[in-house]
Each structure stands twice: as structure tokens, then as C-alpha cells.
Write a protein that binds this ligand. Structure first.
Ligand SMILES: [Zn+2]
Length: 97
């Protein structure tokens, strides 16, 4: 089963709804959590129930994480530059001896 995200119309894939009875899916675009449950009644009627959750915190959390990643990559780059400088310095001192 595929549905469109009710907020941003991004396509969400829910392949196990009709076999498992229910499934969760995250919208990759707007971080809305979509919960779909499926039930087949004795009369043959099929019932789908869609529930959505969107936490503003989840969406705003992305920025600090990205900043953290950036800081880590800058620190790693700085450490690599320091290593290169250190190797260069030790090579220079070896040549000088
Ligand atoms: Zn969405």
C-alpha cells in the first residue's frame, strides 16, 4: 500500500499494512510519523485508519545535529592538518640531522 503524506504529499510506502494489520512510516520530507492500521470486518468491509504525528522538536533537532557534524568534521580536518604538519616537521628535523 502506498499513501501520500497528508502534510507535504510525499509518497510513503507501507507494504505490510494489509498483511500485518498496521505499519508506521516516516515522511523523509517533513518528518511526519504516519501510522496506518488495517482491519477487515466479518462483513467484508475493509477499514483503514490513518494517524499522523508531527513533533516540532524533531524537525528543529536537525539543525543542531548538522552543526555538530560540521564541528566534528572541522576538528577532524584540523587534526589531520596537525598530523601533516607534525610529520613535515619531523622529516625536516631528520634531514637537518
Ligand atoms: Zn511529509
Amino acid at each position: 500500500m502506498e499513501i501520500l503524506c497528508p502534510i507535504c504529499k510525499e509518497k510513503l510506502s507501507l507494504p505490510q499494512v494489509e498483511t500485518g494489520g498496521q505499519q508506521l512510516a516516516y515522511c523523509s520530507k517533513c518528518t511526519t510519523l504516519v501510522h496506518v492500521s488495517y482491519e477487515r470486518l466479518v462483513t467484508g468491509t475493509k477499514v483503514w485508519e490513518v494517524r499522523m504525528e508531527n513533533h516540532p522538536k524533531r524537525a528543529s533537532k536537525k539543525n543542531p545535529n548538522k552543526l555538530e557534524d560540521r564541528v566534528i568534521s572541522i576538528l577532524t580536518l584540523g587534526f589531520l592538518l596537525f598530523l601533516i604538519w607534525w610529520f613535515y616537521q619531523s622529516c625536516v628535523s631528520l634531514v637537518a640531522q
